[in-house]
Design a protein around this ligand. Sequence first.
Ligand SMILES: NC(=O)c1ccc[n+]([C@@H]2O[C@H](COP(=O)([O-])OP(=O)(O)OC[C@H]3O[C@@H](n4cnc5c(N)ncnc54)[C@H](OP(=O)(O)O)[C@@H]3O)[C@@H](O)[C@H]2O)c1
Length: 237
Amino acid sequence: MRQVPQYLLIGNGRVSRHIQHYFTLLNLPFTVWQRSEPHAALMQKLKDATHILILINDQQIENFITTHLSPTEALLIHFSGSLVSTKAHGAHPLMTFNDALYSFDHYQRIPFIIDHDSPSFENLLPGLPNVHMRLDKSLKAKYHALCVLSGNFSCLLWQKLFTNLEQEFGMPADIAQLYLQQQTQNLITNPKTALTGPLVRGDTLTIKKNLAALEGDPFKEVYESFVKCYATLVEKK
Ligand SMILES: NC(=O)c1ccc[n+]([C@@H]2O[C@H](COP(=O)([O-])OP(=O)(O)OC[C@H]3O[C@@H](n4cnc5c(N)ncnc54)[C@H](OP(=O)(O)O)[C@@H]3O)[C@@H](O)[C@H]2O)c1
């Protein structure tokens, strides 16, 4: 009979709280240790653990393993999309996690991108029904850079629109919600035709006007770099 996994989650940040919720919905047993607890409590929890998820800041993961996890033979797993380590296996949930929890269905649909040399997904994260893909560790830096560009940087652009609508134009930020929803839907439906606007139209006059309107705004440089980047993409086609 397959052994029931005993998960120990290190940290109580955003991802940890989501995983705690997901494991509860899956009826998977787990314990949590965070650094505000005594070290002795960690040593006690290590005794039963078969799988340890180290859900702390990327730069702290290897040091934490070296300092605290030498007494354990449990499988060590981190969720960082960029960290390449020989001390723990990488399993990156391709998702963004903030403070609000998600539905059970949503958690189950999150893909995990695991290191090419990790054990099988069933042994790495037993009890999880999620799909997974393997990624060669040498490609993780590029993979993560693309995730940051798409997810995090587009978030900054939408935050900029919402803030300026409110503060500069006296409009409610949610007036742009349908625009955001449709842009997202178009990307999902057909990424190749999702881009509209002056760049695709080659409308240089509008681009010039846009740049002039952004004079003194730090996002002017962002706009300029997109124009340059897009010109390179078109040249390469
Ligand atoms: N958030 C996302 O969208 C997302 C998505 C995919 C993967 N990840 C990965 O998930 C991991 C956790 O990210 P997160 O967003 O949950 O971070 P977070 O919300 O900032 O939480 C980080 C946690 O790590 C703890 N911590 C930091 N240094 C520590 C140390 N030296 N010893 C013990 N605990 C320490 C913090 O404890 P204190 O509360 O005591 O400061 C906090 O509970 C990272 O590897 C990240 O790359 C995040």
